[in-house]
Write a protein that binds this ligand. Structure first.
Ligand SMILES: Cc1cc2nc3c(=O)[nH]c(=O)nc-3n(C[C@H](O)[C@H](O)[C@H](O)COP(=O)(O)OP(=O)(O)OC[C@H]3O[C@@H](n4cnc5c(N)ncnc54)[C@H](O)[C@@H]3O)c2cc1C
Ligand SMILES: *[C@@H]1O[C@H](CO)[C@@H](O)[C@H](O)[C@H]1NC(C)=O
Ligand code: FES
Length: 564
């Protein structure tokens, strides 16, 4: 894959010197690299002794202010950028398996020989550096001649047109993968949003962040790569016979290949609860929602309904900004069914320490207000909670209503049914991301619908390759994270139907690893302060191996270095 965004390239030089100690040298290419051919200077530097790095190990070095990870695998040395292209985690703290390193934070994977990104949520590959061994006597720092880095450009492939509905990660990854594979046709992304594709995961973690800081790609990047984005345009129907998509403004657009990646939306509360239609009852779906909720909550009384990931993140974020935060949940503990009661109880305590009040095992009976604005929430047990703003996070449903009347197959939950190639039942129509129901490789191809950022990207990539007839199956391992008060819980696998949880560490001390067991197999894992355990588990799952209960119980080094 292409590395669109690496800022520079560095070469590290080794030269075997028989008998005596060898020194590892690097040559740093210090020029700034843009899109397209670039010229830059090279710089050479000693980084360590050859004997400092054993086979199967990695080592972080710094050369000319570049953090680099040196890897030795099966006798061969390689060097790649040391910081993850997603949020910049130090890859040295991740899990190394052969020539692949998995980021400890959110599970992105990189090939340590090519720098290629092999698993998301990052967008870019890592820069690679040349490595050679030299003896001390031969070594001297040199400024070398210029190097050239050529990035792929859009070639003149047969022209046909692809149309994506949505600007989520699935559609953007699909578009970029097509360009990386020299697709030369037109690419149009259509969205009802007002913004370019952005990092939606931030909307509940940094609710008042500026939009520029979370755009996945700046507009000139999209322009440069011929990715058109049509904003504020809603798809209302799809005609797969005529190969057209109709929009809410009365216009329509022809496609040769279509990707449906419209994601999922929050379940509204209105149906079940009197008063829930009032204007200060909010869902959190878009940038505008996040900014609005933030503004409405400053110094005010916020009530959050639902103890899902979004509800809990919002409660944590608002805990030092709103005058008060109350959380109403149906179960006894937050995340009771996903992460289990112990972790749920612990997170509840974390938030209670920040004065968040929980009303668990309860439900809302009524919302009372004046002049169209909620003033108080009445619970079924009669408790009354004052409210200036209400945030509802009680689950999601696929955005597929515009497929009604089309021939595209949806399941009973209205998710679009796809195979391992992200193909729907209709030729040239693909689906990806939260809207799709797909076979999950790590659970014997069980049909699932999963709302993870990283999976949406993986889907988008697989769809793109299959659009180009490069037959590729989806084999991504689900990886998810959530952040509460600066602490990240990481999760991998698919825990549905788990029968037992095996813990390492201590949940109450907020340093733990949880294995979700189904019979004798680990089907998922979650952790807090236990890196890179979850990345390790994901890497084992990615190789198709099972982790048994006794391995989960006895293996002592889940939170250390490399993987055996
Ligand atoms: C607040 C929040 C926090 C999250 N945090 C995390 C996290 O920490 N980690 C994680 O892994 N996942 C997280 N997620 C989930 C993650 O964001 C989703 O899994 C991911 O965005 C799905 O990508 P997608 O491409 O399928 O769809 P989306 O990102 O949902 O994009 C779909 C797009 O389609 C548009 N659209 C829908 N219908 C139409 C239509 N008819 N016409 C035109 N456009 C349409 C929507 O406006 C939207 O822009 C979070 C989600 C939210 C909302
Ligand atoms: C990394 O890239 C090399 C070279 O393209 C390839 O041979 C190898 O299979 C890749 N490794 C993984 C783990 O994908
Ligand atoms: S920082 Fe590496 S995956 Fe997020």
């Amino acid at each position: 894959m292409l590395d669109f965004f690496s800022s520079s390239a560095v070469f590290i030089c080794f030269d075997l010197f028989s008998g005596v100690k060898s020194f590892i040298l690097c040559i740093v290419c210090a020029g700034k690299m843009s899109m397209g051919p670039t010229q830059c200077d090279e710089v050479t530097e000693v980084v360590c002794l050859e004997s400092d790095l054993q086979d199967g190990q990695m080592k972080e070095v710094e050369v000319n202010h570049h953090k680099i990870v040196l890897v030795r695998n099966e006798g061969k040395f390689s060097a790649v950028g040391g910081l993850c292209t997603h949020y910049g985690a130090p890859l040295i703290k991740g899990a190394l398996v052969g020539n692949r390193v998995r980021c400890p934070w959110h599970g992105a994977c990189f090939n340590t020989t090519t720098g290629d990104i092999e698993e998301y949520p990052g967008l870019d590959s890592l820069p690679t550096y040349k490595v050679c061994l030299k003896s001390l006597t031969l070594w001297k720092l040199r400024k070398l001649t210029q190097c050239r880095i050529i990035l792929g450009c859009i070639s003149s492939c047969p022209m046909f047109m692809c149309l994506w509905c949505s600007t989520g990660p699935a559609s953007l990854q699909c578009a970029e993968t097509l360009r990386q594979n020299n697709y030369g046709g037109r690419i149009i992304i259509v969205t009802k949003d007002e913004q370019l594709p952005l990092d939606k995961t931030k909307l509940s973690k940094a609710m008042n962040i500026e939009v520029e800081k979370i755009l996945l790609r700046p507009s000139d990047f999209l322009q440069q790569h011929g990715i058109e984005v049509l904003k504020e345009k809603e798809v209302v129907s799809v005609n797969t016979e005529a190969k057209t998509v109709a929009f809410n403004d009365g216009t329509s657009q022809h496609y040769d290949q279509l990707l449906i990646s419209t994601g999922a939306r929050s379940v509204p509360f209105i149906v079940s609860c009197p008063g829930a239609e009032m204007e200060n009852v909010k869902l959190l779906e878009s940038y505008k929602d996040a900014a609005g909720i933030y503004q409405m909550s400053l110094g005010k009384k916020a009530v959050i309904i639902g103890t899902s990931f979004i509800g809990m993140e919002v409660a944590a974020y608002l805990s030092d900004k709103a005058a008060s935060v109350a959380v109403v949940g149906k179960s006894k503990f937050p995340y009771q069914f996903s992460l289990g009661p112990d972790i749920g109880k612990m997170t509840m305590k974390m938030l209670e320490e920040k004065n968040v009040k929980f009303y668990m095992s309860s439900d809302v009976a009524e919302m009372r207000g004046v002049k169209g604005r909620v003033k108080e929430i009445v619970l079924q047990n009669g408790d009354v909670l004052p409210a200036d703003v209400v945030i509802v996070g009680i689950g999601v449903i696929p955005n597929s209503h515009f497929l009604k009347g089309s021939a595209v197959e949806v399941d009973s939950r209205n998710a679009v049914v796809v195979d391992k190639f992200m193909k729907t039942n209709i030729p040239d129509v693909f689906a990806a991301g939260d809207v799709a129901s797909f076979p999950l490789c790590i659970r014997e191809d069980k049909r699932v619908q999963i709302g993870h950022w990283q999976l949406a990207q993986a889907h988008g990539r697989v769809a793109a390759l299959n659009m180009l007839n490069k037959q590729t199956e989806l084999n991504s391992v689900p990886f998810f994270w959530t952040v509460l008060l600066g602490k990240s819980i990481r999760y991998t696998g698919y825990g549905e139907g788990y029968t037992d949880i095996v813990f390492k560490g201590n949940v109450d001390e907020r340093k733990f690893l949880a294995f979700y067991m189904k019979g004798d197999d680990v089907v998922a894992a979650a952790s807090l302060n236990f890196d890179p355990a979850v990345a390790k588990v994901a890497e084992i799952m990615a190789t198709g191996k099972k982790i048994t209960k006794s391995q989960a119980e006895t293996e002592v080094e889940w939170n250390s270095g490399t993987l055996e």
